[in-house]
Design a protein around this ligand. Structure first.
Ligand SMILES: NC(=O)c1ccc[n+]([C@@H]2O[C@H](COP(=O)([O-])OP(=O)(O)OC[C@H]3O[C@@H](n4cnc5c(N)ncnc54)[C@H](OP(=O)(O)O)[C@@H]3O)[C@@H](O)[C@H]2O)c1
Length: 238
């Protein structure tokens, strides 16, 4: 198969890292399929095949399944879409908000993968974008931390079921995106000391922009295939 026939699926292509990955994969001549609630018109004009999809609602599984081509060979699937929620204590976080975060960051990945495997001939590699928050348990990261830890386990479980597909949960390091705009806009609060550290990282090489990070990740994706299937990998420790 020639390089430019390779199919790549990316969730969350309307902003940040997912958008930058979609753009660079299109530039590399890949056939890029992507979903998000907002439509990235500029990328659609460049050839992105886009589905408007709300990943918080499992009713989206049916239109997703119908949109996916039957019998396709996917070179790479990047499960990137996520919501951060608010930085606050567990006790101040409504259960409804934790559930919403789990729907988007974990359960949508389950129904996306199920639809994909149901429709596809081959899925070579799945990379779920994780976070250091899946490990750290820092105060304030409530549903996001829980969801990313659960997502890491979800990848390990799919890897155990599907040895012909390589799965990784990959923490990309800090990236200058809308998520960091939210964190950067928070008032200083001694309870949430990690937020202050993130603010300090903005504008430094510790927090590249999305396009730079996408370039780094693309070099890393093939290397992940040498890791044990279903692993969690933090790019800062590679
Ligand atoms: N930025 C960082 O420093 C950082 C660090 C570690 C890990 N990450 C991870 O990197 C990934 C990308 O984050 P980002 O920083 O690029 O964030 P971002 O700019 O906020 O982008 C999030 C993407 O997810 C999509 N999304 C969110 N909720 C959705 C929903 N309900 N249905 C469909 N799509 C939805 C958004 O699309 P719509 O709003 O259009 O639906 C958007 O395209 C995430 O998994 C995040 O956890 C980021």
């Amino acid at each position: 198969m020639s390089d430019n026939q390779r199919k790549v699926l990316i969730t969350g292509v309307s902003s940040g890292l997912g958008r930058a990955l979609a753009e660079s994969q299109l530039q590399a001549g890949r056939e890029v399929w992507g979903c998000s609630r907002r439509v990235p018109e500029e990328l659609v004009e460049k050839g992105l095949r886009h589905l408007e999809l709300d990943l918080s609602d499992e009713m989206g599984a049916a239109p997703l399944r119908a949109w996916l081509p039957e019998g396709a060979v996917w070179d790479l699937v990047i499960l990137n879409a996520a919501r951060l929620g608010e930085i606050r204590d567990m006790a101040d976080t409504p259960l409804s908000d934790l559930r919403l975060t789990m729907e988007v960051n974990v359960w949508s990945q389950k129904w996306t993968l199920d639809a994909l495997f149901d429709r596809s001939a081959v899925v070579r590699q799945v990379v779920a974008i994780s976070s250091g928050a899946s490990q750290s348990g820092n105060r304030g990261w409530n549903g996001y931390g829980i969801s990313k830890a659960a997502m890491n386990m979800l990848m390990a479980l799919y890897a155990a079921e599907r040895p012909d597909t390589h799965f990784t949960a990959l923490a990309p390091g800090l990236v200058e995106t809308a998520m960091q705009d939210y964190l950067g806009g928070l008032p200083d609060d001694p309870r949430f000391s990690t937020v202050a550290r993130l603010k300090q990282a903005r504008g430094t090489s510790d927090m590249p922009d999305a396009a730079t990070c996408a370039g780094i990740l693309e070099e890393v994706f093939p290397k992940l295939l040498r890791r044990e299937n279903g692993s969690f990998v933090d790019i800062r420790r590679m």
